[in-house]
Design a protein. Structure first.
Length: 214
């Protein structure tokens, strides 16, 4: 499971912060975008609050320092013989920060990362769809990555997979274009030709399903 930290900064403090599975974050952002595309009211804070549970707690009114600590996993290694000093490294948690004070959407900049230090550097995203793309790109999933190239949004987290000879050959996903009042539709991604407009015949698909080494 890949986790991502989602946070809102307001009145110079981290108003709310939440660590959740990246698929949950992606789905939340997708719903917010869809509301805006349909000219409806979208409220990211409400969306975050609705996710709160025992498994997904919400951190409230954090200082900047507390937020920095939250977005890092600290690991200390000690020498059992006591010959060397303990070594502490920091593993950054991927995050998206909606800074309402500065009207910015910030994510970590990993270019100069050094695991002996906390990561402070940030990059700015253009808009809410940019945040969705960032969360989606974190999955390294081929059909989802290609849907982003087409300016699509997954409106449902459910993906239906189709197999032949125990090989994944197609995935069906529900999407819409990132355009006002766009229609919701189902599309199929073909793993044989790696497109959403498959023209493979049955023989080609059969060959693909038998040629894979696993």
């Amino acid at each position: 499971m890949l986790e991502m930290l989602l946070a809102i900064k307001k009145n110079e403090s981290i108003h709310v912060a939440q660590i959740a599975d990246e698929s949950i974050v992606k789905n939340l952002l997708s719903k917010q975008i869809s509301l805006l595309l349909d000219n409806q009211h979208a409220d990211l804070l409400v969306g975050i609050m609705q996710l709160e549970s025992k498994e997904i707690p919400i951190y409230r009114n954090l200082t900047e320092r507390e937020f920095i600590v939250l977005r890092h996993e600290e690991h200390t290694t000690t020498d059992p013989l006591g010959l060397f000093d303990p070594v502490t490294v920091y593993k950054p948690i991927n995050y998206i920060l909606f800074d309402q004070d500065m009207d910015k959407i910030l994510v970590p900049d990993y270019e100069n990362i050094d695991d002996e230090f906390l990561l402070y550097d940030t990059l700015e995203l253009d808009d809410l769809y940019g945040a969705y793309k960032y969360a989606t790109g974190y999955t390294f999933n081929k059909p989802i990555d290609m849907s982003i190239q087409k300016n699509w949004i997954m409106v449902s987290p459910q993906v239906t997979n189709h197999y032949l000879n125990s090989t994944l050959i197609r995935s069906t996903m529900t999407i819409r274009e990132n355009k006002p009042f766009s229609s919701i539709m189902d599309v199929e991604f073909c793993y044989c030709c790696e497109t959403f407009t498959c023209k493979c015949d049955q023989d080609e698909i059969e060959k693909y399903s038998n040629d894979l080494p696993f």
